[in-house]
Design a protein around this ligand. Structure first.
Ligand code: ADP
Length: 718
C-alpha cells in the first residue's frame, strides 16, 4: 500500500498492524534478508516522512523523542538532533484544547490513540495550533513501547475557519434580514421541501417558522403559479438557474406577486444538494408603477385641458370648455363654474354641463359666504359635501331632485383672492373621491384659474382697445370738425375782408362821385346829390357800427350787462321809440304779450338790438300787409323759454337763401329784388347776441307769403 501524502490514516501502515512486531523484528529478532527488507522499507518510509508537511514525531515509552521529521523541524523550529532524546512534554508544552488531560488519557487507554486539537510551543517561544493524532505502540503483552504523533499546523485552517464563520454569520444575517424572501430547499422524492426560511418570508406571508420548515414549498404558491412551478421544478433540481414571476399566497389569502430566482446548491462533486430560492416582492414596484401611471395620466389630462383652453379666445367659450373637460377628466356627469363679482359680493353663473335646464337661475347671484371673502390662504380649497351636509343650502330641494350624492366645490384662487368656484355634481353613490382625484382637481383648478384670468385680461384689453379706438375716432372727428371750422372761419374772414372792402367802398365811391357833382354839376341836381350823399353816409355809418359790433361779439369783448326785465315791457319800450316808423307806413302793426310772464335776466340793450334788427327787416322787406310782434312763454323738452317773434306778410325767404341767412354780408333774394339797402350783417349780429344769452334765432317762412323770426331766450334766467 502506498502511503498518501498528508493523510494521517495512511501513514499508519508503515508500522504493520501489530506495530510492536515490526519494531522488535527490526531491532532484535529479524534474520538478515528480512531485516534488510524492513530496513530498506524503513528508509523509504523515513524519506517519505520527510516529504510530508505534517510533523511526524515518535517517542519511546517514556515519551522521549526518538524521531523528528522535516515537517516537525518546519513547524516547531528545532532540528532533529536538537530534540531527539529529549522528553517531548518539556519541549512542546502541549495544551489540550478539545477536552482535559484526563479526557485525553482515558481516550488513549480506551482506543489506543487520540486525536484532537492542541496548542504547542515553538522553538522561538510562540505557540502554534496543532491538529494532533497520537497512536500508542504496545507489544503483544500490552506494554507500552512508545508513541507516534502526526501533528498538523492548523494556523491557516483556523484562519479560514474563522473567515468561514464570519461569512456564515453574514450570510445568516442577510438571509434573515434581507427585504427579500428566501427559502432554502432540498429535494425529497421530487418535492421541494423547505429546509430553512428567512424572517422576511415569514413576515410577508404571515406564518411562523414551525409552520413553514419541513413543508413543501409548492404549498405556499398561489394556484395560478403552481402549474408553472411544477413544470420548471425538475430543471431546477437538475441544476439550472431559474428566474420567473411567481405568485405567493399569504396566510390571509393575499396574492403576492414576486420575482423568483432559484439557484441550485452544489456539493464539491457538483451534485445538487438543495437550492436557494429568492422571491422579490413586486408589489412596491407595481404600486409605484401604478402611481407613475396615475401621475402620467394626470399630467396628460392637464396638458390636454391646457391645450383645449388655450384654443378658446373668449371667456364664455372658455368656461364652457372647462366644464366639459372637467366632466370628462373626472368622469363626473354635472359640472358648473361660477365667477365672483367682487363689487357685489356674489357668485355669477359662468357655465355648466350635464345639469338641468334652469340650474343657472337657481345658482345665479348667490352671496359669497363671509369666510370666502377675505384672504383665502388658510381656507380649505376643495370641499367635499355629501348630500346630507347640504340640508341648509337654499338649493337643497333641487339637489335632492337631481339625485345629487356628493357636491364638490373647488375654489379658484389667485393671489389669495377667490375668483370663482368649480362645482362637481356627483350622482353616483358608489363614486369615491380619492387622493388622485383631489390631486387632479388641484392641478385643474390652477390651470383653469390661470386660463380665466388670461381670458378676462384679454377681454379687458380688447374692451380697452376698442374704447381707445372710439376715443381716437371721436377725437379725430372733433379735430376734423375743428379743422373744418377753422378753415371755414379762415374762409369767412377772407370773405369778410373782401366783402367789407367792397361794401365800404361802394357808399364811399358814391359819396365821392356826388361830391364832384356838387362842385361841378348843375345846381338843380345839388339837392338830389346831397340826399344821396346823406343816405350813403348813413349807410356807411351803419355798416361801420355793424362791423364794430360784430367784431366785439366775435372777440367776446361784449360785456353782458344782465338785469331782470319783463320782456313785454322791453318790447313795448322799443315799439314806442320806433313810433314814427309805424306812422310812415301803410302796414298794419300789432303787438301781443302773453300775460303774467315772469321776469327774465338779459342784457336789455343787446336784446333790444335784436328786436330792432328784426323789426327793421320786417318793415324793410314788407311792402303791404301786416307786422306782428309777440312775446310768449314756451316749454320744450321740460326746458322753459321766453320768445319774441316778429312776423310779417312780406316776400318770405327763398329756400336757397335759408342756409346762408345768418352769414355775414349775406343778402338774399328779397334784398336783391326789392333793392332795399342793407349790410347783410343784421341777422349775423342777432344770432351772436342770441347765442351769448344761451338762446338762438329761428325762422319760419313761406316763400311769397311772409316770414316769422323768433328769438328764443332761456326762461330760467332770473
Ligand atoms: P340786410 O341788411 O340785407 O337786411 P340781414 O342780415 O338783416 O341783412 O338780412 C339778411 C337777408 O335776409 C336780407 O338780405 C334778406 O334777403 C333776408 N331777410 C331778412 N329779413 C327779412 C324779412 N323780414 N323778409 C324777407 N327777407 C328777409
Amino acid at each position: 500500500m502506498t502511503p498518501e501524502h498528508g493523510k494521517f490514516s495512511q501513514i499508519l501502515p508503515i508500522i504493520p498492524d501489530d506495530g510492536k512486531k515490526v519494531y522488535a523484528d527490526i531491532t532484535d529478532q529479524m534474520d538478515s534478508p528480512e531485516r534488510d527488507r524492513l530496513e530498506a522499507m524503513l528508509r523509504r518510509q523515513a524519506l517519505l516522512l520527510d516529504q510530508v508537511s505534517d510533523a511526524v514525531i515518535s517517542t519511546d515509552e517514556d515519551f522521549v523523542i526518538t524521531s523528528w521529521n522535516r515537517g516537525a523541524e518546519r513547524i516547531y523550529g528545532w532540528k532533529a538532533e536538537e530534540v531527539i532524546g529529549k522528553p517531548s512534554e518539556n519541549l512542546l508544552h502541549t495544551r489540550y484544547l478539545s477536552g482535559t488531560l484526563q479526557d485525553v488519557l482515558s481516550e488513549f487507554s480506551a482506543k489506543g490513540y487520540w486525536e484532537g486539537e492542541v496548542e504547542q510551543r515553538r522553538k522561538d517561544g510562540s505557540t502554534v495550533p496543532i491538529l494532533s493524532a497520537v497512536t500508542l505502540l504496545r507489544n503483544d503483552a500490552g506494554e507500552l513501547l512508545g508513541a507516534v504523533g502526526v501533528n498538523r499546523d492548523i494556523t491557516n485552517l483556523r484562519r479560514s475557519e474563522a473567515a468561514l464563520r464570519v461569512a456564515e454569520r453574514r450570510y445568516r444575517h442577510l438571509f434573515d434580514r434581507a427585504p427579500v424572501m428566501y427559502l432554502a430547499l432540498e429535494d425529497q422524492d421530487g418535492d421541494p421541501i423547505i429546509r430553512d426560511v428567512n424572517n422576511f418570508y415569514l413576515q410577508r406571508l404571515g406564518y411562523t417558522r414551525e409552520e413553514v420548515v419541513g413543508r413543501n414549498a409548492m404549498d405556499f404558491l398561489d394556484p395560478d403559479s403552481r402549474q408553472a412551478a411544477l413544470l420548471e421544478y425538475p430543471k431546477i433540481v437538475r441544476g439550472t438557474d431559474k428566474v420567473a414571476v411567481r405568485i405567493l399566497r399569504s396566510r390571509d389569502g393575499e396574492r403576492i406577486e414576486t420575482l423568483m430566482r432559484a439557484a441550485p446548491e452544489l456539493d464539491k462533486e457538483g451534485q445538487v444538494v438543495g437550492f436557494l430560492t429568492m422571491y422579490t416582492d413586486l408589489s412596491p414596484f407595481r404600486q409605484s408603477e401604478q402611481r407613475l401611471r396615475v401621475e402620467a395620466g394626470r399630467v396628460q389630462t392637464l396638458l390636454r385641458i391646457v391645450s383645449r383652453l388655450n384654443r378658446q379666445a373668449d371667456l364664455v367659450g372658455l368656461m364652457q370648455t372647462v366644464c366639459t373637460e372637467v366632466s370628462v377628466a373626472l368622469d363626473v356627469p354635472g359640472v358648473s363654474l361660477s365667477l365672483v363679482d367682487q363689487e357685489k359680493g356674489i357668485f355669477v353663473h359662468g357655465a355648466d354641463v350635464g345639469l338641468p335646464l334652469g340650474y343657472e337661475r337657481l345658482t345665479q347671484s348667490v352671496a359669497i359666504p363671509p369666510h370666502l371673502r377675505g384672504d383665502m390662504r388658510d381656507v380649505e380649497l376643495i370641499r367635499i359635501n355629501p348630500i346630507d351636509t347640504l340640508v341648509d343650502s337654499p338649493n337643497y330641494a333641487m339637489y335632492v331632485e337631481q339625485g345629487l350624492q356628493i357636491g364638490v366645490n373647488v375654489m379658484l384662487v389667485r393671489d389669495a383672492q377667490l375668483i370663482g368656484s368649480l362645482n362637481l355634481h356627483i350622482t353616483d353613490p358608489q363614486r369615491q373621491f380619492g387622493p388622485d382625484d383631489l390631486a387632479l382637481l388641484r392641478g385643474i383648478a390652477d390651470v383653469v384659474t390661470q386660463a380665466i384670468l388670461n381670458a378676462q385680461l384679454r377681454e379687458e384689453s380688447l374692451r380697452y382697445a376698442s374704447h381707445l379706438q372710439e376715443l381716437v375716432n371721436e377725437r379725430t372727428m372733433e379735430l376734423e370738425e375743428a379743422l373744418a371750422q377753422a378753415q371755414e372761419a379762415d374762409r369767412l374772414k377772407s370773405q369778410f375782408v373782401s366783402d367789407i372792402n367792397h361794401e365800404l367802398r361802394t357808399p364811399l365811391t358814391n359819396i365821392i362821385l356826388y361830391l364832384g357833382l356838387l362842385t361841378n354839376g348843375k345846381p338843380e341836381k345839388r339837392a338830389q346829390a346831397i340826399a344821396i350823399m346823406q343816405r350813403e353816409a348813413q349807410r356807411l355809418r351803419q355798416m361801420i357800427e355793424d362791423v364794430l359790433d360784430l367784431s366785439r361779439l366775435d372777440l367776446d369783448r361784449t360785456e353782458m350787462h344782465a338785469r331782470t326785465v319783463l320782456l313785454s315791457e322791453l318790447v313795448e319800450g322799443l315799439i314806442e321809440d320806433r313810433g314814427p316808423l309805424f306812422e310812415d307806413t301803410s302796414l298794419q302793426f300789432s303787438f301781443h304779450a302773453e300775460p303774467e310772464l315772469p321776469p327774465i335776466s338779459v342784457d336789455a340793450s343787446l336784446v333790444g338790438r335784436v328786436i330792432t334788427n328784426l323789426l327793421d327787416n320786417a318793415f324793410k322787406y314788407t311792402a303791404h300787409g301786416q307786422i306782428r310782434i309777440e312775446v310768449n312763454h314756451r316749454w320744450v323738452d321740460s326746458s322753459e323759454w321766453q320768445t319774441i317773434s316778429v312776423a310779417d306778410s312780406g316776400p318770405g325767404i327763398d329756400p336757397e337763401d335759408l342756409p346762408n341767412l345768418f352769414l355775414r354780408f349775406y343778402r338774399g333774394q328779397s334784398a336783391r329784388q326789392s333793392g332795399v339797402s342793407g349790410t347783410g350783417l343784421g341777422l349775423a349780429i342777432c344770432q351772436e347776441i342770441a347765442e351769448l344769452h344761451g338762446g338762438h334765432i329761428a325762422v319760419e317762412t313761406e316763400y311769397g307769403k311772409g316770414s316769422t323770426f323768433t328769438l328764443w331766450l332761456p326762461g330760467e334766467r332770473t
